[in-house]
Ligand binder design. Sequence first.
Ligand code: SAM
Length: 465
Amino acid sequence: MTWQKRMAALVAQRLGIELRPSRTEDSLDRFVRRRARALRLPDGDAYVSLLGGQTTQSREFTQFIAAVTIGYTFFFRNIRQLKVIAEVLSERADAGHGPGRIWCACCSTGEEAYSLAMLLAEQGVDTEILATDIDAVALGAARTGEYADWSLRSVPKALREEYFERVGDRHRVRRHIRERVSFRRQNVVYDPPPRSLACVPWDVIVCRNAFIYYTGDALRAATQHIMKGLAPDGLVFLGSSESMRAPMVPVGIKGQVAYRPGTRFIPRQKTPTPMPTPRRTSRFRRTPPVSVAPSPRYDHALDLLRSGDEKLARAVLEKVVQSNPDRVPAWVTLGNVSLRVHAFEQALHAYGEAQKRDPLLPEVHYFLGMTYRKLGDLQRAAHSLRSTLFLDPGFWPASFLLAGVHGRLGNWEKRRAQLLHTLEAAQTPGSEPLFRSRGHEPLHPIGSDAVAAACRQLLRERRVA
Ligand SMILES: C[S@@+](CC[C@H](N)C(=O)[O-])C[C@H]1O[C@@H](n2cnc3c(N)ncnc32)[C@H](O)[C@@H]1O
């Protein structure tokens, strides 16, 4: 098989995107050859093999995703549809529905989400907007909120003056609009739907101009995730050439087509298992894929955790893993709950069960490292944290913890090197690690900005200079 075919298969497996044959002959082809040269690899084949051994979170895969995805977008693209969305949410707010919630999936560099924020600000509607994309580079640009003239070509003059400020030859979205939108990395084919701040489903899901690139299986999986994240009376808006299949049904809303769950709506169905991503199969032999089918009982345990009832949550989690021992996220969550109450033996047991079933999940090694560190077993902690970074070099929480372990072992040079690595990883756009399990939030309370600041401070200290 040619490397172009292997690359197309890898892209379909990991991203759900169907590469048109013409794409592998153009800029993508050039990108692969350029990266192979930069990495001193003999050819495109070696580059595809290298990618195949990495997670989609790794730095190289992140660059590759940016090259593969087509992020074409601009402000107020299909403005009529965006205005209808703003009107629907405004009417619901007037009817006492409370603050609206929009999940803007496949948002690229953010123009669509900011356009919605501007239209909603015009209507005086208080709305939570979460915008997601698989492309971390695009998300980095979205967070900056600065755009060239070209992106603003359809912005009405009045809105341009109201919502943008000039920064050199670019236009920056004003702060009060930027603050209305948050961005997160999410693969709409493989990851569960993101949660809103209040952990309630989304009133409106916008997913425009991404489905056109999907394979059949990917489309089905993305549809499931979108349905699962949608409120029972919620609406989905797609790009003008896209459609959704049953059980979603089209409805006419103010001259626009939207989709809502039909009467035969079955919210919980099996989603595909992400592909394994070993970097070196000799070290981590792949076990059969883990079960990722939705589980109402696991969801119930998460609700209990959120409401603070840890004891009952733990009892429910124990039942979940008893009835389905292959449910890896439940094992990890059980480990997290145990670790939080310093039940170290139970935590080690639960993480061990998770690791047996999926030795390639970076977060399991991370939590094992955390447990060993708390137990004072610094050698084992360092080993587990190194394994995390071996699987995903961008997993900065593990890198930060490892720097601390080196410090406690008196390895100042290693500590300094690890702090530098952490700083670089934490500053990479879209670097928040994705956790497949839940219940980790209190164990992992600080974000990349705070960690980067801590690294800078520690690197200034004389001991590590
Ligand atoms: C053409 S842009 C659309 C941007 C915007 N929605 C619009 O209509 O103007 C498609 C975006 O979908 C994103 N995308 C493709 N596959 C994805 C996936 N599996 N999960 C999340 N985002 C994905 C790409 O990274 C790209 O930014």
